[in-house]
Design a protein around this ligand. Structure first.
Ligand code: MN
Length: 203
């Protein structure tokens, strides 16, 4: 069974004015779709991996045949990370999370404003291409961290709750080099209901 591109849960123009429709179109139909295609092409050669979930593949890279391990890391990560990125955004979103996520954020970072500042700082400080994350540690506390290229928190034993893409392809058409402005505006798109759903599914 080949992996499939999940449908976007909104129209490409629904993230405007914070992310423009053309950026969404290129990002989804070219970048995301290409990671998916490369992942499926690699896995085609190893039918014994056909029933592995994308999460299992990324958590178990050491068990993947060496011939395709780097390809699965990069393209499986790219496929999975974008799946999360699209679903944790939406139109008419933003605002703040409710319990229990709001309490977990307060416990870990002091308050919501401090959390946002630390998250933006992480995203801004990610040199090169990658992602900023809010993830669950095995003890169920929260951590803000970044990954390089298409690496995933799953590779480090973390469970991702919220992600923003800080590759230039995510913002360059509208923001050019102004990653800080993209990150500041991005909060208007965060679908906290989805973050709460992920949190409650894992604690
Ligand atoms: Mn991307």
């Amino acid at each position: 069974m080949a992996f499939e591109l999940p449908p976007l849960p909104y129209q490409m123009s629904d993230l405007e004015p914070f992310i423009d429709a053309q950026t969404v179109e290129i990002h989804y139909t070219k970048h995301h779709a290409t990671y998916l295609k490369n992942l499926n092409t690699a896995l085609d050669k190893f039918p014994e991996l056909g029933n592995w979930s994308i999460e299992s593949l990324l958590k178990g890279l050491d068990q993947i045949p060496e011939e395709i391990r780097v390809t699965v890391r990069n393209n499986g990560g790219g496929y999975y990370n974008h799946n999360l990125y699209w679903t944790n955004m939406g139109s008419k979103c933003g605002g703040e999370p409710t319990e229990p996520v709001s309490k977990a954020i307060t416990d870990a970072f002091g308050d919501f404003t401090a959390f946002k500042a630390e998250f933006e700082k992480a995203g801004l400080g990610r040199l090169g291409s990658g992602y900023a994350w809010l993830s669950l540690k095995p003890d169920h506390s929260l951590i803000i961290h970044t990954t390089l290229n298409q690496d995933s928190p799953l590779m480090d034993g973390l469970t991702p709750l919220l992600v923003t893409d800080v590759w230039e392809h995510a913002y360059y058409l509208k923001y050019q080099n102004r990653r800080a402005e993209y990150l500041a505006n991005w909060w208007n798109l965060v679908n906290w209901k989805e973050v709460e759903r992920r949190y409650e599914a894992h604690v």
